[in-house]
Design a protein around this ligand. Structure first.
Ligand code: C5J
Length: 228
């Protein structure tokens, strides 16, 4: 079955049977007060604002039977997978591994590293912990995608220009057709989100496509209606 989403810079053609949704780092540490994003001096409210839209995309993907993959940027308790260059950079109020109001910052198993409750993974969905910005680095993501037979990826999550864009570029280089859900991704910097969307779809979709959640849902609904 083919689906065609109205998208930029031109229509995104995909087969729901070999498409997966990947939701990047919708974690309390990036989205709530007291987490890593706030410790870096950011206003987390724009990220909180997209939670209902990401929830709608998740519901749409689940209803269409798409596999869902959630990622979490976090590290081992002993920080053995956190390079000093990452931990020591800048002057955050709290560094990775420091204790904050939601437990140790960006440490696997701590409350802050969990996905926000509204977007909690459903039973059977893949949850990948990743030490880097890109979801392909030091994770089993390639194995999961190979097992699922995935050819196309729909991406959402935070932050647009860091972990989402890095993952989308990694996926594009590996031959996946990538569509970013433009209203289900956000940055602490509105200009960075806008620039990322522009650069992704420039030059004839050099990294991939962007479409709204409504456009993605409409494409899946049309494909379902056409093919039963
Ligand atoms: C950042 C992320 N921004 N998930 N992580 O450090 O984008």
């Amino acid at each position: 079955m083919r689906a065609i989403a109205d998208a930029q810079p031109f229509a995104f053609r995909f087969d729901p049977a070999d498409t997966a949704l990947i939701v990047i780092d919708m974690q309390r540490d990036f989205i709530e007060e007291g987490g890593f994003g706030a410790a870096l001096g950011n206003d987390v409210r724009p990220l909180q604002a997209i939670v209902p839209t990401v929830a709608r995309l998740l519901a749409t993907a689940r209803a269409a039977g798409l596999p869902v993959i959630h990622t979490r940027e976090c590290h081992r308790r002993d920080l053995s997978d956190c390079p000093p260059a990452k931990r020591e950079r800048g002057t955050p109020a709290l560094r990775i591994g420091d204790r904050g109001p939601m437990g140790r910052i960006l440490i696997a198993g701590e409350p802050g590293a969990e996905i926000v409750p509204e977007l909690a993974p459903a039973p059977g969905e893949i949850v990948l912990d990743k030490p880097g910005k890109g979801a392909f680095y030091a994770t089993d993501l390639p194995d999961h995608l190979a097992r699922l037979g995935t050819r196309s990826l729909i991406l959402a999550g935070v932050t647009t220009e860091v972990c989402v864009q890095t993952t989308m570029r990694e996926a594009n280089d590996r031959g996946f057709e990538c569509l970013l859900a433009e209203d289900a991704t956000e940055s602490y910097f509105p200009a960075f989100r806008a620039a990322t969307l522009e650069m992704i779809r420039a030059q004839g979709a050099i990294v991939g496509w962007t479409a709204t959640v409504d456009q993605i849902a409409a494409a899946l609904a049309r494909a379902e209606a056409a093919h039963g």
